[in-house]
Design a protein around this ligand. Structure first.
Ligand SMILES: [Zn+2]
Length: 218
């Protein structure tokens, strides 16, 4: 009797250990899965309504709009952005694309912490989506936006998703750039690059902290 009890306990413990090991291996494999993607623009206009549909509000199927319902560099970029679960740190010079603005707002609604750094001069131009972003308030929490106060431009174009994936390249977030310009975007989860860009983001974020503004110090 006694021997049988021990054997059962041992078998149970081995089962638990095997399960833990399998879980650990699976996590390691997932963490090791490298994200390496390059997108090239211009992107032909495709329908991105399905991607941008708010949760529980799927667009009518089949979508009746005249645009092709296919993958495109823009749809891949949007899908990558919308994969964010905890944070989106965005540095972009020009931001006038309504689709990209909708993606950012959607993430904010999903409780993803969104921080936006942009250029003060471009921000003031007609068509900029920054003003709209600033007006989005959900449960008293708005999207945080900071801008430069320098004579040079805040000309970076990069995004860090969940502090794990870096998206960087030449693309401004404008319909003009997306549909007409030759641009490149690199997407990587290389830890070295992600951390370097994250450190730079934090530095710029702090440099553009309104409490550090020097407008009034003569
Ligand atoms: Zn459509």
């Amino acid at each position: 009797m006694r021997g049988g009890w021990w054997r059962a306990l041992l078998a149970a413990l081995l089962g638990v250990a095997a399960e833990a090991l399998a879980g650990w291996l699976l996590r390691r494999r997932r963490e090791g899965s490298a994200v390496r993607e390059a997108l090239f623009f211009p992107s032909r206009a495709t329908c991105v309504e399905a991607l941008l549909a708010e949760e529980g509000l799927a667009p009518p199927r089949p979508c009746a709009c005249p645009l092709p319902h296919q993958e495109s560099p823009l749809s891949r970029l949007l899908a990558r952005l919308l994969s964010a679960r905890s944070s989106l740190d965005l540095c972009v010079f020009a931001f006038s694309s309504p689709q990209l603005r909708r993606a950012v707002v959607l993430l904010h609604q999903r409780r993803v912490r969104v921080r936006v750094v942009t250029d003060a001069d471009y921000m003031a131009l007609k068509g900029s989506q920054i003003g709209i972003l600033r007006e989005v308030v959900l449960l008293f929490i708005g999207i945080q936006v900071r801008h430069d106060q320098e004579t040079g431009y805040m000309h970076n174009k990069f995004v860090i998703i969940d502090k794990k994936v870096l998206i960087t390249g030449s693309l401004n977030w404008t319909t003009q750039a997306i549909q007409n310009n030759r641009e490149n975007v690199v997407i990587t989860d290389d830890k070295v690059f992600v951390n370097i860009f994250l450190a730079e983001f934090e530095k710029i974020w702090e440099d553009y902290n309104p409490t550090n503004y020097t407008f009034f110090t003569n």
